[in-house]
Design a binder for this molecule. Sequence first.
Ligand code: RAT
Ligand code: ZN
Length: 416
Amino acid sequence: MTAVAHDQIRNLTSQIVSETPVLDIHTHLYAAPFGDLLLWGPDELVTYHYLIAEVSRTDSSVSPDQFYGMSKQQQAEHIWQKLFIEHGPVSEARRGVLTALTALGADVSAKDYKSIREFFAGRSVEEHIDAVFAAAKCRAAVMTNDPLDDLERPVWEQGFKEDPRFKAALRIDGLLVFLEKNVDRLKSMGYEISPALGASDLAEARRFLSDWAKRMNPLYLAVSLPDSFRYPEDSITGKLITEAVLPVCSQMNIPFALMIGVKRLINPGLKLAGDGVGRSDVGSVARLCEQNPDVKFLVTTLALENQHEVAVTARKFPNLLPFGCWWFLNNPSLIEQITRMRMELLGTSFVPQHSDCRVLDQLVYKWTHSRPIIAQVLAEKYELAAGAGWVVTEEEIRRDVKDLLGENFLRFVETR
Ligand code: RAT
Ligand code: ZN
């Protein structure tokens, strides 16, 4: 055992957090065999929907319709001009672009977007995946896999060579939230699920979930739900959760991930960039955990106001694992506040962050930005323990960091 001197705790913790490989438990990335579903490269990076929202309020001379009518290259050049050249890149999403470009070897100092684009030209996707995973020190990223996506489904049906850096998660919004839109698609896939949700529809929904869980071997089933979500609830979503999702999760021992608090399309013209946030009902999470002790729940909520209640609820339910600082919470000041509060209430028994990357290159910035914050909070807590007489050892720090950056999640998934 290597005791760490009080004045070394901070440096050593930072070093360990910065070098420990992370398992990223929620992304929108895909392995190479998924083809165009994997977004990568500078044009995708600069047109991330977080930046589309920012440019729409910074430059009103281009309407969202006009913006979406541009080519991807024109969109990227427009965003670069408005958000980087005409105004300082001080928002978290803009800083993220710079961090990623620089870490991947591009020179942003000339502020010339075309030369940055040029720098990446000619790379293969495989090379880029290797470069990004190495720079992000990421051991694996969990995808968001939707069997109702017509581009994605054939890849699963045909089969592909697995890349151990990409893990599956079965995303079920198409069934739980958008069933009405998907009745015909489900039928063409061999599942008769009418929104009336009679006994046979529910049996079919269970069959759909378990067939696809067998095919994908997902680490969890996942859904993103509005702030208005309640459990139990007499709605299509509520019935499907109670009668299909929970039984399948329990039988197959797969956790159910709920991402709660999105207000979809509060500005529809902005499309993917048009979603907002609302406060969720954490009492519903407590009821889910209490009434389904044999199901494991991964939960993240979008509103800052919900974070404390979720952490307190997790103290009461070992089958609840809070994760990540989701979307609008993925900002340094909020990550710090939320991580400190979670650590004070839960020790290390939570998952401090996930990236939510939609573009491969973002993996670098999301982790480069979060790691020092996690390290700082953790180091502060070790220093306090040391102040209270505890001899902090390097082994303890390494163990706890590994837990926070992946092992907590894996243990949770694996336990019965
Ligand atoms: O963070 C995001 O990019 C959002 O658009 C959503 O994808 C959200 O994370 C989700 O998974 O629904
Ligand atoms: Zn997401």
